[in-house]
Design a protein around this ligand. Structure first.
Ligand SMILES: CCCCCCCCCCCCCCCC(=O)SCCNC(=O)CCNC(=O)[C@H](O)C(C)(C)COP(=O)(O)OP(=O)(O)OC[C@H]1O[C@@H](n2cnc3c(N)ncnc32)[C@H](O)[C@@H]1OP(=O)(O)O
Length: 153
């Protein structure tokens, strides 16, 4: 699989959630399945909250990085451009909202499915659901905003 994150330049691949260059991070991989974006992730025992269940911060960070990657992919798709083409779209999280609907088992593969709800100017809104086996355990909404040139200054 060649994922959205595989197009990130190396100097922007250190993110804890999605950076391929961060050995301590989740290193998530996201791709299109039709009009939805999909990330699959298997929690480790050290991601535990209540024994047997995954920590909510893990769920939130999966939704976060799944959504920023989906935002970039959606912008490229809207422009009919490959994710390798320039200028690059780089998105950061403006807002992250998560609803925890059910406890998320630690021993299941998690499937995060995202839909593009809005693309307006530099902003993309992504809605996502986290599935464990046949149960939707969480859902989220992220407002992703194209990183300004002066980010961090
Ligand atoms: C394939 C190649 C791709 C390359 C890809 C490279 C990798 C790419 C980096 C990887 C890394 C991943 C990232 C992981 C996800 C993090 O963890 S990112 C880290 C956490 N996030 C941050 O640190 C962001 C900190 N905040 C900021 O820098 C600024 O507040 C922001 C978010 C850039 C927005 O500031 P701004 O650019 O001045 O925004 P502004 O022009 O005022 O607003 C633009 C639009 O966004 C909306 N907006 C802005 N902030 C918010 C908010 N908080 N709530 C709701 N809406 C908002 C505005 O309402 C506006 O919408 P419209 O009025 O146009 O409808």
């Amino acid at each position: 699989m060649y994922a959205f994150q595989d197009h990130y330049p190396e100097n922007l691949s250190h993110c804890y959630g999605c950076g391929s260059q961060n050995p301590h991070g989740h290193q998530i991989k996201t791709e299109w399945e039709g009009d939805e974006t999909v990330t699959r992730f298997r929690p480790e025992p050290f991601h535990t909250s209540v024994p047997g269940f995954a920590y909510g911060g893990l769920i939130a960070s999966l939704i976060d990085c799944h959504s920023t990657a989906s935002a970039a992919a959606a912008m490229y798709r809207q422009e009919g451009r490959s994710m390798d083409s320039l200028p690059a779209f780089r998105f950061v999280t403006g807002s992250l909202h998560v609803d925890f609907l059910k406890p998320t088992p630690i021993d299941a593969e998690l499937v995060i499915r995202g839909q593009v709800k809005e693309i307006k100017g530099r902003k993309v809104v992504i809605e996502s659901q986290v599935w464990a086996r046949t149960v939707m355990t969480a859902k989220g909404v992220v407002v992703a905003v194209q990183m300004p040139e002066n980010f961090g200054t």
